[in-house]
Design a protein around this ligand. Structure first.
Ligand code: NAD
Ligand code: TDX
Length: 331
């Protein structure tokens, strides 16, 4: 299969490309990535000779058309992905997540290529802490932030292109990922690298917000399954029953790194902060036979801590700028 991976120099995309090279040697991978602050060629180091890398923008219709015309499938990871950034300047989110996805869809429509759209559980808004239900494929869209609303808009475009133009698309909405190559602006890498640089972890508000953690390799294995066996037009929810509140996660990081679990600071809460996400992935498990391999969060977290400890050169160059930005936000 000739596969075009957008956002393949980002966190989840680079792990997807690594898995493709490792486990699907018969696939030919082209990465299209604009190398924004969130993308890095270093995330693909060591596999450069096994892939084609194109630096470019998913909103560049001529470039996108030529790349899509030469492939069998597109997996679309490229996005502006950080909620905190979207609160400060929503425009790059509107441009990349909505107009970029539109541009891809027009090329998909033109060339009849198989398309998988990677999205987030945040499109469903949030749940109360004591709500016994979880998000399902039937939950109504109710996004809270500029980030999640642009992801919701992109999902809607895909659904409309399936219905109106019959494109061969599947969608997935996944919960919070963790693992190697995640940008240090995000919660888990920020706290690990804080500890590694002698800074106290920063917890927004009281830390009672719940996220449903999944290892990035489990997310990507599900994406492969859906790409190969999913039904056109369908949405699949991806999650690994990993609900934890942020306070517990920070305390676990500190403990695993040999520090006092209370050695962190409470900082200003995020505006409009979603309280809880929780995914019911039973359709994916029952219909496609997917199940997560990382069932022990502490173990996956320890491996992630080890990765950041062993790969300082990968993240150190971004750390100061990220922390300076957070400082101006009081976070
Ligand atoms: P990321 O920010 O780490 O990576 C995004 C990549 O897209 C970067 O390499 C960046 O350079 C590239 N990019 C940005 N704008 C571009 C443009 N206009 N043209 C081409 N490339 C561009 O994001 P991530 O965490 O890897 O997320 C990947 C996808 O998965 C996103 O669509 C996100 O919404 C979705 N998702 C993420 C999570 C999570 O926990 N991180 C959970 C569910 C879904
Ligand atoms: O320093 C921090 N302290 C803190 O308490 C940071 C950066 C975050 N937090 C909190 C906010 C959230 O409740 O931790 C939680 C996780 O925060 P993020 O890593 O920013 O993730 P989140 O906002 O939940 O969104 C993530 O998961 C869904 C990804 O960034 C999205 O791209 C994905 O769609």
């Amino acid at each position: 299969m000739r596969i075009l991976v957008t956002g393949g120099a980002g966190f989840i995309g680079s792990n997807f490309v690594r898995a493709a090279v490792r486990e699907r040697p018969d696939s030919r991978v082209t990465v299209l990535d604009a190398l924004t602050y969130a993308g890095s060629r270093d995330s693909l180091r060591g596999i450069d000779d096994k892939i084609e890398f194109v630096e470019g923008d998913i909103a560049d219709s001529a470039l996108v058309d030529s790349l899509v015309s030469g492939c069998d499938a597109v997996v679309h990871f490229a996005a502006e992905s950080h909620n905190d950034n979207s609160l400060i300047d929503p425009w790059p989110f509107v441009r990349t997540n909505i107009i970029g996805t539109y541009t891809l869809l027009q090329a998909i429509r033109e060339h009849g290529v198989r398309y998988h759209h990677v999205s987030t559980d945040e499109v469903y808004g949030d749940l109360e802490l004591d709500d016994p239900t979880k998000f399902t494929e039937h939950t109504a869209y109710n996004p809270s932030s500029p980030y999640s609303s642009t992801k919701a808009a992109s999902d809607m475009l895909v659904r409309a292109w399936v219905r109106s133009y019959g494109i061969r698309a599947t969608l997935s909405n996944c919960s919070n990922n963790y693992g190697p190559y995640q940008h240090v602006e995000k919660f888990i890498p920020r706290q690990i690298t804080n500890v590694l640089t002698g800074v106290r972890p920063k917890l927004y508000g009281a830390g009672l917000n719940v996220r449903d953690w999944i290892h990035v390799d489990d997310h990507n294995a599900a994406v492969w399954k859906i790409l190969e066996e999913g039904q056109t037009g369908r949405t699949y929810l991806i999650g690994a029953d990993g609900e934890l509140d942020n306070l517990t996660v920070v305390r676990t990081i500190l403990e695993l790194m040999g520090h006092d679990p209370d050695d962190f600071d409470h900082v200003k809460d995020r505006a409009g902060h979603d309280l809880r996400y929780a995914i019911d992935a039973s359709t994916l498990r029952d219909e496609l036979g997917w199940s997560p391999r990382y069932n022990d969060f502490r173990e996956g977290l320890q491996a992630t801590i080890d990765w950041y400890r062993d790969n300082r050169a990968w993240w150190e160059k971004n750390k100061d700028a990220v922390e300076m930005r957070y400082e101006t936000q009081g976070a």
